[in-house]
Design a protein around this ligand. Structure first.
Ligand SMILES: Cc1cc2nc3c(=O)[nH]c(=O)nc-3n(C[C@H](O)[C@H](O)[C@H](O)COP(=O)(O)OP(=O)(O)OC[C@H]3O[C@@H](n4cnc5c(N)ncnc54)[C@H](O)[C@@H]3O)c2cc1C
Ligand code: FES
Length: 258
């Protein structure tokens, strides 16, 4: 993990407030793994001072490209929408642990909520390359807020798109989907990002079925390297930093607010 420079290849609005950024940085693409974090300096000067943390959406060791999907939230991401092809940008990463796929798994379930979907896409891609069955549940407030559906279908995942606007994202419906696939598809691991409620549900299901499950946590970050303690989360073993010890934790380890 180190600071480095990347070159913007493209930066386009894909829908609503979602942008797709492609950066070329071969050493980073070589090092990064699924679920790790990339911290991007948004402005060319020091305002905003702090780099912003993003999940790696996809990465390509063969050509050194890294893809990030971001939603415009505040000052930093607003400035990022102005990145142009050829711009040089300042990066820190990769940081954090990332996802650990059991490569002899028969099947896995991934669940992404909102922009949290970005974090689990490359994991699904890795699993499919190893012919592991992937059940992908993509959840959002509206159909518009759901990412990656087409890509996951194209690589042979079984995809569910569930939304708040029609009630399909209820915990009961999600639980029914999970129960159905766990009972029929030899599921060995489950992963989620973007919702602590889903994390809690996975923890309960994990205990019942004795299946490992993991959550990638989101906390506001500052230094990004485990020093400032801005991003701590409560675990069964005390407080841990999300940027450094995480962002991926076993759902049994996390102390969710009950
Ligand atoms: C591990 C991790 C992975 C993430 N992956 C993605 C991703 O793939 N795509 C995406 O769109 N967003 C992602 N986020 C959220 C993203 O970092 C924030 O939306 C972004 O920092 C907002 O910056 P801003 O300047 O536009 O907003 P502001 O609200 O102006 O940001 C102010 C400060 O708060 C921090 N901050 C604000 N919201 C968040 C947040 N939700 N999480 C962490 N820090 C925050 C910023 O870093 C900054 O220091 C991720 C966050 C974390 C922690
Ligand atoms: S952001 Fe500073 S310790 Fe995590």
């Amino acid at each position: 993990m180190k600071t480095t420079k990347g070159k913007v290849i493209s930066n386009k609005c894909i829908k609503g407030k979602y942008y797709h950024l492609v950066i070329k940085c071969s050493p980073l693409a070589e090092e990064i793994k699924e679920g790790q974090i990339l911290h991007i300096r948004c402005g060319s000067n020091e305002d905003p001072f702090l780099r912003r943390p993003f999940s790696v959406y996809r990465f390509h060791k063969e050509n050194g490209e890294i893809e990030v999907v971001y939603i415009v939230k505040g000052k930093g991401t607003e400035i990022m929408t102005g990145f142009k092809s050829g711009d040089e940008i300042d990066l820190l990463g990769p940081t954090g642990n990332g996802y650990s796929l059991n490569e002899s798994a028969k099947g896995i379930i991934i669940i992404g909520r909102g922009v949290g979907i970005a974090s689990v896409i490359s994991l699904a891609e890795k699993a499919r390359k190893k012919y592991i069955k992937v059940i992908a549940v993509l959840s959002g407030k509206t159909k518009e807020s759901i990412l990656g559906e087409e890509f996951l279908n194209s690589i042979g995942c079984t995809v569910y798109s569930i939304q708040d606007e029609d009630g399909t994202s209820s915990m009961d419906n999600l639980k029914n989907i999970l129960d159905k696939h766990i009972n029929t598809d030899n599921i060995n691991q489950m992963f989620t990002c973007g919702s602590n409620r889903v994390g809690k549900l996975l923890r309960d299901i994990s205990l019942r079925y004795k299946i490992e499950s993991y959550i990638s946590l989101e906390e506001k970050m500052a230094c990004g390297i485990g020093v400032c303690l801005a991003c701590v989360c409560k675990t069964k073993d005390g407080y841990k930093t999300v940027c450094n010890h995480g962002p991926v934790f076993s759902t049994e380890e996390v102390s969710f607010d009950e």
